[in-house]
Design a protein around this ligand. Structure first.
Ligand code: URQ
Ligand code: ZN
Ligand code: ZN
Length: 481
């Protein structure tokens, strides 16, 4: 099976140029003009299209058991919907229940993910701590290609990490050369505020953002950043939603600390007025954490992306249908948190970011694919158009348009936060492992075709950081008397 992508303009994170791309055996075999290809090679006419690395969504939760239910999107339907929008790889999350053996949870998620249509990888959440967790983190890094560990600072009495676990796990990450990541909201504050708001008789979705104001996120982001600084370990902040977190990240980065920030397409484009909507289902459909914020924060997040203080975009694709959201009909804190995004992230970002001039096409590739590949140590296998890279490619029509709707999307959810929005910038063809999985509006994904992507521990970055930690080792004072 080989494919020649002919007549397109290659757009990578660092340059744009006209050339053809020849793919075979799942890899990019050649880039150039007048390429010599075997008889029978399929030719895809890419004239007027941009040839970009397939999107990487570093934050999804397919079929996540959460808040008493299970996310409605599974690994096959979710990766298929991603392909329809130009995304060809996901990094999902293994989230052990507290006291659940980490390796048991890992094997469970690997089994669920076998049905994926495109490639997948995992962050593993550390939701509790003892010596077995310490050991299992080593097994995951050394034997299973895991190089990132997630820490939920929210969700008290469930998967929330106390500071002691953050310190233990971050320290272990440094030993292993793995990236710690955080969901930064102060879970104790959320718990307290939820109680206060419910006591005031506010039970609807409008209570959700009231219980998670920006300072609740800013405090946790800053705390995680300072813990990482004290331990001399890098840090990746997921779904940065407010100015306060961005300021904490920017300050750290300006002081040379290795901190990365991720922003969701939803947080860039959807504002908090959705929670005031008179229709309960509509407001509840937007309940996710951190909540959507005011325009002030959206503007700050865009500036974060433009300035390079935020490096990646994601979706936190975690789908719950109306009947599931209704579990919180009388109490907003029981509404399963999460919504969709994997199919629309790239079009929304192109429509808002590139057509407006906020981002160049090259920067668009950086924030939708290449930066995540680099941060999570799978570049240039992923996130590049280069010989030897996986042939994960999206042929993008910068002038094509589509109108987003739950009635037509491929996501397995009855709601879409971008409902009715007509976006410019669409995926015309998507290739995964060198095969067409989306072409001219038709999904051609195959259940189980996706591969698990092993991500090696970090070498140089961490070696230097580990050494500097040792070099700065405080020396005992030699007191002779
Ligand atoms: O917190 C997360 O990232 C998961 C549980 C998805 N839900 C959400 O509201 N973001
Ligand atoms: Zn989260
Ligand atoms: Zn998440």
């Amino acid at each position: 099976m080989s494919i020649l992508i002919k007549g397109g303009t290659i757009v990578t994170a660092d340059l744009s140029y006209r050339s053809d791309v020849y793919c075979a055996e799942g890899k990019i075999q050649a880039i150039g003009e007048n390429l010599d290809v075997p008889a029978g090679c399929e030719v895809v006419d890419a004239g007027d299209l941009l040839v970009m690395p397939g999107g990487i969504d570093p934050h999804t939760h397919m079929q996540l058991p959460f808040m008493g239910t299970v996310a409605s999107e599974d690994f096959f339907t979710g990766t298929s919907a991603g392909a329809a929008g130009g995304t060809t790889s996901i990094i999902d999350f293994v989230i052990p229940s507290p006291q659940q053996p980490i390796m048991e949870a890992y094997h469970q998620w690997m089994e669920w993910a076998e049905k994926s249509a495109t490639d997948y990888s995992f962050h593993v959440a550390i939701t509790w701590w003892d010596e077995s967790v310490y050991k299992d983190m080593g097994t995951l890094v050394h034997e299973h290609g895991i190089n990132s560990f997630k820490h939920f600072m929210a969700y008290k009495n469930a998967i929330m990490c106390e500071d002691e676990t953050l310190v233990n796990s971050f320290s272990r990450c440094l030993e292993l050369g793995a990236m710690p990541t955080v969901h930064a909201e102060n879970g104790d504050l959320v718990f307290h505020l939820q109680k206060k708001i419910l006591e005031r008789g506010i039970t609807g979705p409008e209570g959700h953002p009231l219980s998670r104001p920006p300072e609740v996120e800013g405090e946790a982001a800053n705390r995680a950043i300072r813990i990482a600084q004290a331990l001399n370990v890098p840090l990746y902040c997921v779904h940065v939603s407010c100015e306060e977190s961005l300021q904490a990240i920017t300050r750290a980065r300006n002081e040379g600390q290795r901190v990365y920030g991720e922003v969701l397409a939803g947080h860039l484009e959807i504002d908090e007025s959705v929670y005031q909507h008179e229709d309960w289902d509509y407001a509840a459909g937007h309940v996710m954490s951190p909540p959507f914020r005011s325009k002030k924060h959206q503007d700050a997040l865009w500036k974060g992306l433009q300035s390079g203080n935020l490096q990646t975009t994601a979706t936190d694709h975690c789908c719950f249908c109306a009947d599931q959201k209704a579990m919180g009909k009388d109490n907003f804190s029981m509404i399963p948190n999460g919504t969709a995004g994997i199919e629309d992230r790239m079009s929304v970002l192109w429509d808002s970011g590139v057509t407006s001039g906020k981002l160049t096409p090259n920067e668009f590739v950086g924030v939708t694919s290449t930066n995540a590949a680099k941060i999570f140590n799978i570049y240039p296998r992923k996130g590049s158009i280069s010989v030897g890279a996986d042939a994960d490619i999206v042929l993008w029509d910068p002038n094509g348009t589509r109108t987003i709707s739950a009635k037509t999307h491929h996501q397995n959810i009855d709601f879409n936060i971008f409902e009715g929005r007509t976006v410019k910038g669409i995926a015309v063809h998507t290739l995964s492992q060198g095969k067409l999985v989306w072409t001219n509006g038709e999904l051609r994904t195959v259940r189980g075709a996706g591969k698990n992507i092993k991500r090696p521990a970090y070498g140089s970055t961490f070696d230097a950081m580990q050494k500097s930690t040792v070099l700065n080792e405080p020396q005992a004072v030699n007191r002779t008397k």
